[in-house]
Every structure is written in structure tokens, then in C-alpha cells.
Design a protein around this ligand. Structure first.
Ligand code: 5GP
Ligand code: MN
Length: 319
């Protein structure tokens, strides 16, 4: 992967950086942000790492996760903003900050949904993960990948490729992962931390969620309500990967997982093969990748499901 010269000089020539990533962060968002902050600090830069939401407990094995601040008041006075694994300030809940402070903004992302925003953009939809781009960026800056950076980057790539199973896994993904293992990442530790450390409440929430399943025309719909979170002592971060389960069935083409939020529903879409759920999410103002995308929608669950089924059937009939 070739890293654009202007991206390398952006980091070399400037001194202070605010790294921010999307709300409800997952492995790619977290691993990319932490490892880039470590690399920049190692060459003497001042860095703040921000997410609106706390690091979910399942990611607290990542070395350096405590670097994240969730306090917007810590961000003032930084002139360069880097948005990682997202391409608008909205996705990071930084709209007001950007309006008030007008930072110079660089976007580093691999989502295929295009947005106008950004002074400098490096967007590679074919990258398996933003973490894969950051791996190449760190090397291109001449920084040696430390064991802690390697663990973060390996986790980023592992989570976005379903641990090297999805169609975004190719020879370069595995070569990069192999280098990260040589640099100190421990695949067994990462996969145990990601997949085998669930709380009892999380597992109960999964059972409740799977029991909501409806399958219509190859589209599997599941949902989780706030009441279900309360009953199991869990929260939104515990639903990571829930959307993937119904896709395990051979005749399910799209899995749609609805999570109740303040004023409506957060919808996670997963598909197989050529069915592009990013296109469906875009019609609702969201976005993502071909086989994993999301959006928010107001209103009650039945209406939200019906509107999804309408848009999904259009995409499935004329992809
Ligand atoms: P998830 O369903 O796990 O939240 O997200 C799946 C993919 O879709 C991720 O790559 C995520 O960044 C993207 N995505 C999820 N929700 C939204 C959204 O509301 N807007 C946009 N632009 N992308 C989203
Ligand atoms: Mn990603």
C-alpha cells in the first residue's frame, strides 16, 4: 500500500494532533487511534486521542487504551484534527468543536460511503481496516512498530476482517498481519480477548436478541430494546457482532439488527457476497462497507423494519 507523500509530510511538519474516531468505537477505531498516537509521540509530537464514548470493557486489553479522553474540554488549542475510521465530524460527534475551532482536518478511512468533508483525505476502500493503513503509515514515517503498536494494529485488522474470514481479507492483509505478529502481536491473546471473554449478561442479551428473530424474503431481523439492556445489566457495546449471527444461516442474505436508542433505532446491516448494504444505509443517511453498514432512524420499530424491508428488496432485486 502506497502512503501519499502529503500524508507523510502532514505528520512530519506539524506538531500537535487531535486523533478522533467514531462514536461507539470498536477494534479498528481504537487500535488505529492508539497505535498512531504512540507512533507520533515517539517522534516528539503532542497528541490527544478522543472518543465521545468510553472504551468498551472488552477492549481494555489493548495496551494504551487509557490514552482516550472522553472530555471535549481537553481538546481546545489543538490545530490539527485527524478523523480515523470515519469521514465526517458527525460520526465522531465533533460537529460543534469543528465549527468553533476550524482545525485543519485530515481524514484517514476505508469506508466506501463518500463525504465532502476534509482538508486532506486518504481514503482506501480496498483496505481491510483503517488499522492496515495506519500500519503502512507508521512504517512510511520511519517509525519502528513496537509490540504495543503491533497488538493494537493486529486487533484492528482482526476485528474488521472477522479475524481474516471476510472478503476484505487478501494476501496483503495476511502479510501485514504476519509482520505484526513478528513485531509482537499475539493472535491467541487477541482472539481470546475478543471472543472468549463475554460477561454472563452479554450472553443472556444475545439469547434474548436471537429470540426476536423474524426472517422475511432472505432478510433476518433481530432487535434489542433498552429494557433488555436493563434486564441483563449490559449496554450498547455488548451488542458488537450481534448482527453477524443470523447471517450464519445459508438462506439469509441480509441480517438487520435494530438497537433501541434515545429517539429511535440504530440499525446494523450485514450481507453476503455482492449485496451492498452500504447503499441501503446511505438511503437512510448512514453508510459503511459493502457487507457491513449502519444508520439511525427515528420512529417505532415496526415502521423502521418496514422501511428497511422496502429498501432492501429494491437492492436485492436490482443490485
Ligand atoms: P456497525 O453495524 O458495526 O455499527 O457498523 C458497521 C459498519 O458501518 C462500520 O464500518 C461503521 O463504521 C458503519 N456505520 C455504522 N453506522 C453508521 C452510521 O450511522 N453512519 C455511517 N456513515 N456509517 C455507519
Ligand atoms: Mn474500520
Amino acid at each position: 500500500m502506497k502512503v501519499p507523500e502529503e500524508i507523510i509530510s502532514f505528520f512530519k511538519e506539524r506538531d500537535d494532533f487531535l486523533i478522533a474516531t467514531h462514536i461507539n468505537p470498536e477494534g479498528d477505531a481504537l487500535g488505529s487511534s492508539i497505535s498512531l498516537s504512540m507512533a507520533l509521540e515517539s517522534i516528539g509530537k503532542r497528541v490527544i486521542v478522543y472518543d465521545r464514548d468510553p472504551v468498551p470493557y472488552l477492549y481494555r486489553f489493548l495496551p494504551g487504551h487509557e490514552r482516550f479522553t472522553n472530555s471535549i474540554s481537553n481538546l481546545y488549542g489543538i490545530s490539527n484534527l485527524i478523523l480515523l475510521d470515519c469521514n465526517t465530524p458527525e460520526r465522531a460527534d465533533l460537529n460543534d468543536f469543528v465549527k468553533e475551532n476550524q482545525p485543519f482536518t485530515a481524514i484517514i478511512d476505508h469506508h466506501e460511503t463518500e463525504r465532502e468533508f476534509g482538508d486532506l483525505k486518504w481514503v482506501v476502500p480496498s483496505a481491510s481496516a483503517t488499522g492496515q493503513m495506519i500500519f503502512h503509515l507508521i512504517k512510511a514515517m520511519g517509525v519502528e512498530i513496537s509490540k504495543d503498536m503491533a497488538t493494537n494494529l493486529y486487533t484492528a485488522i482482526a476485528i474488521d476482517t472477522g479475524t481474516f474470514r471476510y472478503s476484505n481479507t487478501d494476501a496483503t492483509t495476511l502479510m501485514d498481519a504476519s509482520e505484526l505478529i513478528r513485531a509482537g502481536a499475539d493472535p491467541a491473546l487477541v482472539s481470546t480477548s475478543l471472543y472468549d471473554m463475554w460477561s454472563r449478561g452479554r450472553f443472556e442479551l444475545l439469547i434474548l436478541t436471537l429470540n426476536t428473530i423474524e426472517i422475511r424474503d432472505g432478510i433476518a431481523i433481530t432487535s434489542v430494546t433498552r429494557e433488555m439492556f436493563q434486564r441483563t445489566g449490559t449496554d450498547a457495546a455488548d451488542t458488537e457482532n450481534f448482527a453477524n449471527f443470523p447471517r450464519m444461516m445459508a438462506d439469509v442474505k441480509i441480517s438487520a439488527f435494530f438497537r433501541e436508542i434515545e429517539d429511535g433505532w440504530k440499525v446494523s446491516l450485514r450481507s453476503k457476497g455482492e449485496i451492498n448494504v452500504a447503499r441501503i444505509a446511505e438511503t437512510f443517511g448512514g453508510g459503511g462497507h459493502r457487507n457491513a453498514a449502519g444508520y439511525k432512524i427515528k420512529g417505532n420499530l415496526e415502521e423502521a423494519k418496514e422501511s428497511l424491508l422496502r429498501e432492501a428488496s429494491k437492492t436485492m432485486n436490482c443490485p
